[in-house]
Write a protein that binds this ligand. Structure first.
Ligand SMILES: Cc1ncc(C[n+]2csc(CCOP(=O)(O)OP(=O)(O)O)c2C)c(N)n1
Ligand SMILES: [Mg+2]
Length: 517
């Protein structure tokens, strides 16, 4: 068998069954090998940022890596921003980057580039397969590296001749390090802090933001009076009726500081110390209040939910978690706004939905409006690199075929990876995309003032304005095979969303909303 076949058989044998692909000539043997290994589902993505973001969405929902097949350095470079988001999410992803044949590289042909340098910026593990006899073992190592807690990006560089040469055979799966149990001392130290009675905030992140971690945290809060907060952009937040509700730390530093104000102790469970997303002249970078002591209950890579449970068993043995009561907003009427769109989404969000949230400023009202909706998963923009939402939805829908996926997209962000819509149509994915068409980079209008840049002239405003011409998202969607509609009123939006959610397959709704501010 050739290297490519052994590689793909090793991936499937290690639990990697989907490959989000944008291939080129150097990956043709990999492509050909897909017919020999039906267990591997190849999914064509028309831009590499969709392939990498889809692998992130798939990994967040399954806890197992998908592969992303990319074409040499330039293909990898196109996929980097969403690999950056995946790295920030600690998502297991296996990137396979085709390269020129080993003997061809010294000729410096046009696509020759420093793949290792590009890969190194986002990967926790990078290896170049030297021989077809090695490629299977390398692939097994790649999967183990991606899966090692807390999860990350592993990049395997695959020279074309390694792929096409015979003499390879599949390798068995490798073991990897699972999330580590937290030492008893860390748990008892946190317990002592909580028993001390001083104002305390428990900041939850990573896998702690799933139901078991949140239930344990809720017991702790009930028994000790500690306040709970969740990191600003958890990769996957389980929420809704029946699950303890925990507010996220605000994006804007001044709101985050207000949330943390008065805390004398901050216990970190699965996340790092809170910092301001950006620096602002004259404002602190760290959000830890003065006179507040930081205690690490669990580091990323530790079992955050297990640590919270152990802590709850110490300080709150008899307490029960406080589930969020079911509640949905009423359906609003009148012209559509971000706030009314949030109410409609809160009113209609189906049980078990997966929300890929890149609504940005138009999403300000979503957390409150959906808090009491039936249980759902909320996926956030972990690394701040926009263009994540549509790809993430792609991967989540393939990971969870029985669940409704809702991609909530700001218009500017949607355009980065708009071609993901074509993959939604090609694969018949059950994704409803809502584009909040505020015709602007609204957040940057806000940030302009916040960083103290006083520019208000035409030239500056022109760089933050998405009109002239207005983007026609219904035309963009239908041009890629996704049925689409446009809503200007709350009632139109509610009707269109209800229909889209009732009918399987992809849909897009262009929601006309004014920019905030
Ligand atoms: C990859 C990447 N490029 C550029 C930016 C800078 N950036 C942050 S927000 C933004 C515009 C967001 O506009 P939109 O998605 O329409 O959301 P809105 O602010 O209008 O709600 C840009 C360009 C970024 N965060 N990531
Ligand atoms: Mg916008």
């Amino acid at each position: 068998m050739n290297g490519a076949q052994a590689l793909i058989r090793t991936l499937t044998g290690s639990g990697v069954n989907v490959c989000f692909s944008n291939p080129g000539t150097s990956e043709m043997h990999f492509v050909a090998a897909l017919d020999a290994v039906p267990d591997m589902r190849g999914v064509l993505c028309l831009f590499e940022g969709t392939a990498t973001g889809a692998a992130d969405g798939y990994g967040r929902m399954t806890g197992r890596p998908a592969a992303a097949l990319l074409h040499l350095g330039p293909g990898l470079a196109n996929g980097l921003a969403n690999l950056h988001n995946a790295r920030r999410a600690s998502t297991p992803v296996v990137t396979v980057v085709g390269d020129y044949a080993t003997y061809h590289k010294r000729h410096d042909a046009p696509l020759e580039s420093d793949i290792e340098a590009l890969a190194g910026s986002v990967s926790r593990w990078v290896r170049r397969s030297a021989r077809s006899a090695d490629v299977a073992a390398d692939a097994a190592d790649a999967v183990a590296a991606a899966m090692t807690a807390p999860g990350g990006v592993a990049t395997l560089i695959l020279p074309a001749d390694v792929s096409w040469s015979e003499g390879a055979e599949p390798a068995p799966p490798r073991g990897f390090r699972a999330p580590a149990p937290v030492p008893g001392e860390a748990v008892s130290a946190a317990a002592a802090v909580l028993r001390g009675g001083e104002p305390c905030v428990v900041l939850i992140g990573g896998a702690g933001a799933r139901r078991p971690g949140l239930e344990a945290a809720s017991r702790i809060a009930r028994a000790t009076g500690a306040r709970l907060l969740c990191e600003t952009f958890p990769a996957r937040h389980e929420r809704g009726a029946g699950i303890p509700a925990v507010d996220r730390l605000a994006y804007l530093a001044e709101f985050a500081m207000a949330q943390l104000d008065g805390a004398r102790h901050l216990i970190l469970a699965g996340t790092g110390e809170p910092v301001s997303f950006f620096a602002y002249p004259g404002k602190p970078s760290s959000l830890v209040p003065r006179d507040c002591q930081v205690h690490v209950l669990s580091y990323p890579g530790d079992d955050a939910a297990g640590a919270l449970t152990a802590l709850a068993d110490l300080v709150a043995p008899d307490a029960k978690p406080e589930p969020r009561q079911p509640a949905r907003p009423g359906l609003p009427d009148g012209d559509l706004t971000g706030e009314k769109a949030a109410a409609v989404i809160g009113a209609l969000l189906p049980e078990g939905a997966i929300v890929s949230d890149e609504a940005n400023t138009s999403g300000l009202w979503l957390p409150a409006a959906t808090a009491g909706a039936p249980p759902h998963d909320w996926l956030n923009l972990t690394g701040g690199a926009i263009g994540q939402g549509l790809p993430l939805a792609t991967g989540a829908a393939i990971a969870c075929p029985g669940r409704k996926v809702l991609a909530l997209e700001a218009d500017g962000s949607a355009m980065y990876t708009i071609s993901a819509l074509w993959t939604h149509a090609r694969e018949g994915l059950d994704i409803t995309t809502v584009v909040f068409a505020n015709r602007s980079y609204a957040i940057l209008g806000m940030e302009l003032a916040r960083v103290g840049a006083a520019a208000t002239g035409e030239a500056a405003r022109g760089l933050l304005d998405l009109s002239r011409p207005d983007l026609d998202f219904t035309a963009l969607a239908t041009g890629m095979g996704v049925p689409a509609s446009r809503a200007a009123t709350a009632a139109e939006f509610a009707g269109q969303l209800r229909r889209a959610l009732a009918e399987p397959g992809p849909h897009l709704i262009e929601a006309l909303v004014p920019p905030i501010g």
